[in-house]
Design a protein around this ligand. Sequence first.
Ligand code: GDP
Ligand code: GDP
Length: 462
Amino acid sequence: MQFKPVVALVGRPNVGKSTLFNRLTRSRAALVADYSGLTRDRHYGEGRVGDYPFLVIDTGGFEPVAKTGILKEMARQTEQAIAESDVVIFLVDARAGVNAHDHEIARMLRRAGPKVVLAVNKAEGMNSGQASAEFHELGLGTPHPISSAHGDGVVALIEEALSQLDNPYIQAVPAEDDVEVPEPELGQDESATEEEEVFTDHRIKLAIVGRPNVGKSTLINTLMGEERVIAFDMPGTTRDAIEIDFERNGKKYTLIDTAGLRKRGKVFESVEKFSVIKTLQAIEASNVVLLMLDAQTEISEQDAHIAGFILESGRALVVAINKWDGLDADKREWIQREFERKLRFLSFAKMHTISALKGQGVNAVLKSVNEAHAAAFIKLSTPKLTRELHAAVEQQQPPRKGIFRPKMRYAHQGGQNPPLIIVHGNALDAVPDSYKRYLESRMRKAFNLSGTPLRIEFKSSK
Ligand code: GDP
Ligand code: GDP
């Protein structure tokens, strides 16, 4: 298994990194993540050129303070970018020409030796030889003139960057679920085999995520004991997902590890232990996410960011509040309520208090993981969904909008993990969000969908 390749944009302030980032990601529906770290912002987005999706990191702006401050900060960002990415796009400014900071970054890149493509930005209206000539001296190969603002040369630049990867990266793009499902004749097709078939025999791909020090490694050790040591000695590039199989209570799991920075991190002192990219990739590669929190500290902004990524991904979710053993008994109830209140937006997920260190609550967590997985992969037949839809409408009609009364005719399942229910009918554009939430909660209850988000889409005829 391979993750989407990660492209990092580096360069001194003002060369056009944000402009390029916006151009690469704006055609995509969703920004993957905006991450405000302690000292600076970094942006993470998903880009796509042709059939090739990739992740982009903009190493972000920083406040240029003292001169030494800039150099130090630039070094730190460049190191982080190298550690987190598969290929670096180094931006320079065609109009400003080479400057000392460019040389400094080039020196770091040459020394660390990541794959680099040199982009000479703001080159619109210049002939390419004229734009790139002086940048050969940076010693990083052929300069590629581009204009982030106008788009010139950007596709070729990304193709060049992706072609540098060891394993040429190819991933089939799944077709949108656009297949028209014929309206069923109700009452037909009630055979038990089609109903709510659950893939309980699948391996569960589980990502354990959380900020540093919440106890992820401790839990993994508790789950796997000695096996883990062996798994980590396996050769493999840092960019591939590290997957570790384990079995517990007769059930099979594959743990998606987020430890990818470990190896490269050794090169640089200042690289952060927590990697947003690794977390995003692990979430993406999983079916079920276990979000770990620390009962002994307040919920932080970083926790909220991670929760946000999970929510956006649509993955099934279980929440574990760890280090419960270290709490005074009289504080427990209050703390549990506090966590529940702050995480109300994750209310579809089961929440557990555990001690990874003592192994307490771990079996209950895995039981919820199993349930969440089953719910995420539930198969719901069209007749069954349609019956539930009609019952819901009978109890509460969607509101009229102008002369139109939305009419819901039938529903079918359009996807799994998360389950997607597509409701067909007329004038459904007029259905308000509140009604959608009503349907969601009906369906959730009717089919016992605990631990997974549920998506509902409307499709009007005509
Ligand atoms: P960053 O600090 O590296 O993220 O740079 P920005 O993306 O914020 O861009 C810095 C300035 O350069 C802004 O005023 C942009 O409008 C301008 N800029 C960015 N790309 C281009 C380009 O391709 N051509 C021109 N002429 N200006 C650009
Ligand atoms: P990670 O960075 O999320 O992998 O966190 P670690 O597993 O390295 O744990 C960070 C610290 O928290 C270590 O000192 C652990 O011993 C401690 N820790 C982890 N789980 C528990 C727990 O359940 N109870 C207590 N009291 N401490 C824990």
